[in-house]
Design a protein around this ligand. Structure first.
Ligand code: ADP
Ligand code: MG
Length: 260
């Protein structure tokens, strides 16, 4: 049986203001889930909580991954366990090349699995990097550039997807909202993710707009509204949101949410 990320009754506050109000969600290896919802509904709050950002306070609930409560782990321990989180605004790492950053990340993961591990041999790493960059149609010179230093929005996203490709996490959470990608960059990212999808990878794509889902076809679509998941359906739900917007969600669920 594959790994699963299981979010149970998650309540999260930011600056003492409750944002997530009982989120339940299970993403299994091999499944593609989309989390949609209007701006301010709490989608990014969920992503930041999963990675362990200190501004997001967990008031109740659990996040189980590989039999462990993820919320008890430090951010780096979470990623070593096999959870990948891509950020809307990735950090710059001056003086560290994309290749070195990736090798360090791979070695950290290997060491988490086996404390005796000596790190990935350089020829093996070069081969892996070359193979994944070809798969993602990336220029080989990209690996030598300093991570995120002067990268365009699209290049930052490409670096993230390359990271996803070489780290081979079991579950990836991609928050694409508001990232301001132009349509070409968006397609590159989406096609990259599409190339990596398979039985070994589960993905939660967080997005306000339906457009990325033209390239990444989700098995399940969830709609978040006022800190809860109020609708779950198939990929047709994303199309319905694109056509009708989010107002009908508001109309349908406002009353029940106000009771809480
Ligand atoms: P979404 O990603 O769905 O647009 P967010 O999770 O970014 O929604 O925001 C949900 C709510 O939480 C908003 O009301 C937002 O103002 C608030 N919020 C999120 N992050 C912070 C923060 N770091 N500081 C203060 N308020 C925040
Ligand atoms: Mg967001």
């Amino acid at each position: 049986m594959g790994s699963a990320l299981e979010i149970r009754n998650l309540h999260v506050s930011v600056e003492d203001k409750p944002i997530l109000k009982g989120v339940n969600l299970v993403v299994k290896q091999g499944e593609i889930h989309a989390l949609m919802g209007p701006n301010g509904s709490g989608k990014s709050t969920l992503a930041y909580t999963l990675i362990g950002h200190p501004s997001y306070r967990v008031d109740a609930g659990q996040v189980i991954f590989k039999g462990v409560d993820l919320l008890e782990l430090k951010p780096d321990e979470r990623s070593r366990l096999g959870l990948f989180l891509a950020f809307q605004y990735p950090v710059t790492v001056p003086g560290v090349s994309v290749a070195n950053f990736l090798r360090t990340a791979i070695n950290a993961r290997r060491k988490a699995v086996d404390p005796e591990d000596k790190g990935i041999p350089i020829p093996e790493f070069r081969k892996l990097l070359k193979e994944k960059m070809a798969l993602l149609q990336m220029d080989p010179s990209f690996a030598g550039r300093y991570l995120n230093d002067g990268f365009s929005g699209g290049e930052k996203k490409r670096a993230e997807i390359l990271q996803l490709a070489v780290l081979k996490p079991e579950i990836a959470v991609l928050d694409e909202t508001d990232s301001g990608l132009d349509i070409d960059a968006l397609r590159t990212v989406a096609e990259g993710v599409q190339a990596l999808i398979g039985p070994e990878l589960g993905v939660l794509v967080i997005t306000h707009y339906q457009r990325i889902l033209n390239y990444i076809k989700p098995d399940v679509v969830h709609v978040m509204f006022q800190g809860r998941i109020v609708e779950t359906g198939g990929s047709d739900l994303a199309l319905e949101l694109e056509e009708r917007g989010y107002d009908w969600i508001r109309v349908r669920h406002q009353a029940e949410l106000e009771e809480v």
